[in-house]
Design a protein around this ligand. Structure first.
Ligand code: SF4
Length: 349
């Protein structure tokens, strides 16, 4: 066993991070936690994971649920395609594999939403098979630890080095210790080298060249859109529309409205959007206020207005379906985070 493997495993066992998905490890719980942890902070993922396991303790429970229930549980976690993929894969496992997770890399990778990282995480953590699970954190740790400067070869090099660490040692512990190290110690900025269990062996630390082994992404500044949405009431009922299942925020419920075009006012934008989406003309009654929210690739400033119908009968021209509900019933439907913020504004006023 290498000295680095030994140092990592002793540190991992000593730290014993108490995440809910480590309490009772099953293939199912590892899969759900790994999907939730993509693009999500550990603390946020922890609370969603607990609620998820309470509602869906097994893959069969997900498979037999309704997609709306799945999306409601995912509400606020973002990247909703992940929830659609879990739902789709749960049904495949239920039908094709009788509810039992496959154990091979090729079978796992053929499932929707499971790529190289997730398949490797499942195989190593659940079955202790030597599959390095390489994500951004692990790439950073390996680059610094072994002094890899070439970002083009970092995935290949990471696999090679981690496979070496796994030789004669538990792949499950090596992968998880590297995950913990990347998340808690070897941070992108200001890594906590002083308390790092492998600093003695770390090329970046010992040569004082950590920055040279840190790959920076050239991220473009995401665009910000101005959006107007309407709370259209009729007989004390609120009109909501369900987005089509595909695409960003697919399958979620929303308020009618959309992006501002050219130099139109928010009111004009809302009237135009509502006509295009529902074939009705509206009268704007009141401005509720505005909220800001950042999604993965863009941000929005959302302005909300209460409205009533002037003419026409709403038809779902752009959405999957529409519904009239009591305002209190909004808690039964999954909405995007920006819409939830707008509802909060309304509740607080
Ligand atoms: Fe990362 Fe510092 Fe540890 Fe090296 S010593 S692995 S740079 S935290």
């Amino acid at each position: 066993m290498s000295k680095i493997s030994l140092a990592l495993s002793s540190w991992y066992q000593m730290q014993n991070y108490n995440f809910p998905w480590r309490e009772k490890k099953t293939v199912y719980s590892i899969w759900i936690s790994e999907i939730m942890l993509q693009q999500t902070q550990v603390n946020t993922a922890s609370s969603y994971f607990k609620s998820w396991m309470k509602k869906f303790p097994s893959v069969d429970k997900v498979a037999s649920a309704n997609i709306d229930t799945v999306l409601k549980l995912w509400e606020g976690l973002g990247y909703y395609q992940r929830a659609h993929n879990i739902y789709h894969t749960a049904q495949t496992i239920h039908k094709k594999y009788n509810g039992v997770f496959p154990k091979t890399y090729d079978e796992l990778i053929s499932l929707k939403g499971i790529g190289d990282y997730t398949a490797s995480a499942i195989l190593s953590i659940a079955y202790d098979q030597p599959y390095p699970a390489i994500d951004g954190n692990l790439k950073r740790v390996i680059a610094r630890l072994y002094g890899v400067k070439d970002s083009k070869h970092i995935i290949k090099e990471s696999k090679r080095y981690i496979s070496m660490l796994m030789k004669n040692y538990s792949p499950s512990i090596i992968n998880q210790s590297l995950m913990d190290l990347g998340r808690e110690i070897c941070l992108p900025v200001n890594p906590k080298c002083i308390i790092c269990p492998v600093k003695k062996y770390c090329e970046g630390f010992n040569s004082n060249l950590i920055d040279q082994y840190t790959f920076k992404k050239n991220r473009k500044k995401p665009p910000i859109y101005d959006v107007a949405v309407g709370l259209i009431f009729k007989n004390n009922k609120l009109l909501i529309a369900k987005r089509k299942n595909k695409g960003l925020l697919g399958g979620l419920w929303e308020l009618p409205g959309g992006k501002l075009k050219n130099k139109e006012t928010f009111e004009k934008c809302l009237q135009r959007e509502v006509f295009e989406e529902l074939n009705i003309k509206i009268k704007i009654i009141n401005k509720i206020g505005f909220v800001k929210h950042h999604y993965s690739h863009f941000g929005i400033n959302m302005y909300g207005f209460t409205c009533e119908i002037k003419s026409g009968k709403p038809k779902p021209l752009a959405s999957d379906t529409i519904k009239w509900i009591n305002f209190e019933e909004i808690i039964n439907y999954a909405f995007p985070k920006a819409t939830l913020k707008l509802f909060d504004l309304l509740n607080d006023s």
